[in-house]
Design a protein around this ligand. Sequence first.
Ligand code: NAD
Ligand code: UFG
Length: 337
Amino acid sequence: MRVLLTGGAGYIGSHTALCLLEAGYDVVALDNLSNASPEALKRVEELTGKKAPLIVGDCTNEKDVTAVFEQYKIDAVIHFAGLKAVGESVAKPLDYYQNNLDATMVLCRVMPRYNCDVLVFSSSATVYGTNQEMPLREDFPTGCTNPYGWTKWISERILTDVAHADPTRSFVLLRYFNPIGAHESGRIGEDPSGIPNNLMPYICQVASGKLQQLGVFGNDYPTRDGTGERDYIHVMDLAEGHLAALKYALENKGVEIFNLGTGVPYSVLDIVHAFEKANDLTIPYRITPRRPGDIATCYADPKRATEMLHWSAKRDLNTMCRDAWNWQKQNPKGYNE
Ligand code: NAD
Ligand code: UFG
C-alpha cells in the first residue's frame, strides 16, 4: 500500500511519513520545497531504515501530479501541501487562493484517472472562526477571519461536493488544532523560515538565545490568566491521527470531518511555565498588545475521532515542551546546518 504525501517534506508531513513507514506503508512525497528542506525526508529514511522518495514538483501543476501517478502506483493521498501563514495570506490573498485551492482541485481531477479514491486532507481549527462555545464540535457553524482560513474552508467545501457527486470517493477532512513538538529523536522538527509567527517555535528561539524575549500577545482576554488559550497537540500524536484517518478512509466511502486535538486548553503563560519546568530554563517575556485577529480561546471536542477513528492524543504538555526543545537544541539552524 503506497501513500502519496503532498507537502510531505514539511513539518507535519515528515512526521506522518515516519509513522506510515513504521506502520509498514510505502510513501512518496510531492513537495515544491517552498517551505521545506529535502533533508527532512533524508532523516526520516535514516530513522526508519526505509525509503521516503521525494519528487520535487508542484501540486497546482497537473503535469507534475500526473507524473507521480505515472511513476508510482498510488493507493491513497494525504494532502498536506499548502501555504499556511495567516498574516501573509492577508497581504497576498491571491497567492493563497491560487496555491491552496488549485492544489486541491488538481488532485481531485487526477486521482480518479488512476483509480485512487482515498484522500485525507489537512484542514484547520481556523474554520471555526469566532465561535464562542467551547469545546468545538465538528457540527458547529464555520466561517473564517482571514484568506488562509477561507482556503481551508473552501477546500473542505470542494472535497465535500466532489465526494457527494462521486460515491466511489473516500475523503477524510482533519481539523488540526495547534501542533507543536517534534519526534523524540530530535532529528526532525519544525523549521520556520525567518522570525517565527507561532508560539512554540518563538519560545524555542528565545531559549536558544536567538531571540531576546517572548512577546505575550495580550493578558486581558476572558481566560483564567488573561492570555490566549489553545489546544496544543504533539505532532507525533497528530501524525498517528493521520494513520487512523487513513485506515478509516480505506474502509469507508463518503466524506467525514474530524477534529484532531486533545480537548485541553492551555494559556500562553501555561506554555511558558511548562517549557521552563520541562527544560530547566527561564524564558524572558513581556506582555504586549493583542495580535489582531486572535481569539481568546480555541479547543477541540475530540470525541468523534476517539469513537470513529479509535484515536486519541497520548503525549502530555511536558513531553511536547521537552521534544520541541530537544529538536531546537540539536538543530539551532534547523535543517540548514
Ligand atoms: P509546512 O509548511 O511545513 O508544510 C507544507 C508543505 O507543503 C511544505 O513542505 C511546502 O513546501 C509544501 N507546499 C506548499 N505548496 C505546495 C505546492 N503547491 N506544491 C507542492 N508542495 C507545496 O506546514 P505544516 O505545518 O506541515 O502544515 C501542513 C498542512 O497542515 C498545511 O496544509 C497547513 O495549512 C495545515 N495546518 C497546519 C497547522 C499548523 O499549525 N502547523 C494547523 C492547521 C492546519
Ligand atoms: N502568541 C504569543 N506570542 C507569540 C506567538 C503567539 O503570545 O509570539 C499567542 C497567540 O496570541 C495565541 C497563542 O500564542 O494566543 C497561539 O498562537 P500561535 O500563533 O502559535 O497559533 P494560533 O492559534 O494563532 O494559530 C495556529 C496556526 C493557524 C491555525 C490555528 C488553528 O498558526 O494556522 O493554529 O489550527 F489555523
